[in-house]
Design a protein around this ligand. Structure first.
Ligand code: PLP
Length: 442
């Protein structure tokens, strides 16, 4: 039987080796990098990360929902090694190779409910979003795009025009791309409202389309079917269905940005399958290749109508990333049932913790896309400082967590995580909550 591992902190991070690396980084790095806490990685294995000073951390954020098969999964490593021995680059935009066409085929069949599909491979999520905007405008010959408040779509100039999760992502970068409108997302409050009524949809039809933009001038709606960076916010199925209805009625394209919610994270290959509502175009990136940089724009064949040379990429669909993706998708597909059941068990355990500690205001999510929102039990407002301290305290105890929204911890572990590791996470989170509750008088 394999020995069960636990986090191990031999020296408070950053240790001496870590400090040297951080010092060099600070001297030369762009000040725009965030660097949430002083984790200096040496290597990883499954859900475990080892720092340069010999500490072992349990990774419950998977490099921001990317290391889908865990760190350095042997099958992914093998695929990468074999690919590098063959060739490293030739440019998939201009020439052919087997792994590229195999991945196109694989990606075009992950959401069979969308019918016949075509795929464009990118290097990142933001690039997939840029391409999806271009495709929507090209195909519809319309310019306007409706995005949703609190959404996050990336950091390139087109994507920041769609993003509204934090104003700092947009500040001083304008003028931003024209033709973008933001409307409210299905807020957590709205989720508890009547399933058969959405004020947001009502306002769109009876106000927005009458006073701001005519629907026949709208190329697309773009949204994350579950908001990621904005706070792991779940819409209702009804809300998504109603958007689909509006799109069908007015010839508007529905774009799902599944960069964070895709590739098994919800226990379904894509969140669209969890909701049973299907887009015309979706973007994917995180998780496709366990960390190798690759993304995709996947569209119904009837929509991917742009002509030869209208869009391309030097590196997109690099052969090494394609092989890593093919290996990753096989592993993730086999894991889907266990992601669903482990995810559900985790949510049940977290909800039990919430009953014990009212500072946990809400637990929401599906599969391994789980948000734990911290709320001040006295004011009922967001407990942002509490959440940030919890993140730091957990790090000091060997647990890697990551916040999102205002006061939410996003649990997005590698999809191979076991109940043993989930229980470690719960134990450490509870220890931190007990200490912080005392400090904050909650
Ligand atoms: N879209 C969503 C929903 C994301 O979560 C992200 C990244 O967090 C992006 C787009 C941008 O992806 P990338 O950082 O690979 O450009």
């Amino acid at each position: 039987m394999e020995k069960k591992l636990y986090p191990e902190i031999k020296i408070a991070p950053p240790g001496p080796k870590g400090k040297l690396i951080i010092a060099k980084d600070k001297q030369y790095a762009s000040p725009s990098y965030i660097k949430l806490y002083d984790l200096v990685v040496d290597h990883g294995n499954g859900p475990w990360i080892y720092d340069v000073d010999g500490n072992r951390f349990l990774d419950m954020m998977a490099g921001i929902a990317v290391a889908s098969t865990g760190h350095s999964h042997p099958k992914v490593v093998q695929a990468i090694k074999e690919a590098t021995d063959k060739f490293i680059h030739i440019c998939g935009t201009d020439f052919y190779y087997e792994s590229f066409s195999k991945l196109l085929e694989r990606m075009a069949n992950l959401v069979p409910e969308m019918g016949e599909q075509k795929v464009f491979l990118t290097n990142s999520g933001t690039e997939a979003v840029e391409g999806a905007i271009k495709l929507a405008r090209y195909h519809t010959k319309r310019t306007n795009i409706i995005a949703f408040r609190n959404g996050f779509h990336g950091r390139t100039t087109g994507a920041i025009a769609l993003t509204s999760s934090k104003s700092k992502y947009r500040a001083h970068f304008g003028p931003l791309m024209a033709g973008i409108y933001h409307i409210p997302f299905c807020t957590p409050d709205a989720v508890t409202e009547n399933e058969h009524y959405s004020k947001i949809i009502y306002d769109l039809e009876h106000d927005f389309f009458k006073t701001i933009v005519e629907p026949q001038e709208v190329a697309a709606f773009i949204l994350e079917p579950i908001q990621g960076e904005g706070g792991y916010i779940m819409p209702t199925k009804f809300f998504l269905k109603e958007l689909r209805r509006l799109c069908d009625a007015h010839g508007i394209l529905l774009i799902f940005d599944e960069v964070q919610s895709g590739i098994g994270r919800t226990g379904h290959m894509f969140a669209s399958q969890y909701f049973g509502v299907y887009p015309d175009i979706y973007t994917s990136a995180k998780g496709i290749a366990s960390g190798m940089p690759i993304g995709a724009i996947v569209a119904k064949s009837s929509v991917m109508t742009w002509g030869r040379g209208t869009h391309g990429s030097t590196y997109g669909g690099n052969p090494i990333a394609c092989e890593a993706a093919l290996a990753t998708i096989d592993i993730v597909e086999a894991l889907l049932p266990s992601i669903r059941s482990h995810g559900e068990e985790t949510i049940v355990k977290l909800k039990k913790l919430a009953l014990k500690y009212p500072v946990i205001g809400e637990v929401r999510g599906v599969g391994f896309m789980i948000g734990v929102e911290f709320t001040n039990p006295k004011t009922k407002g967001p407990a942002a400082a509490f959440m940030e301290e919890l993140e730091m305290m957990a790090f000091a105890k060997g647990l890697l967590l990551l916040g999102c929204g205002t006061s939410t911890i996003r649990l997005s572990p590698p999809l191979i995580v076991t109940q043993h590791e989930i229980d470690i996470m719960l134990k450490i989170m509870e220890e931190c909550i007990i200490v912080l509750n005392k400090k904050y008088g909650f």
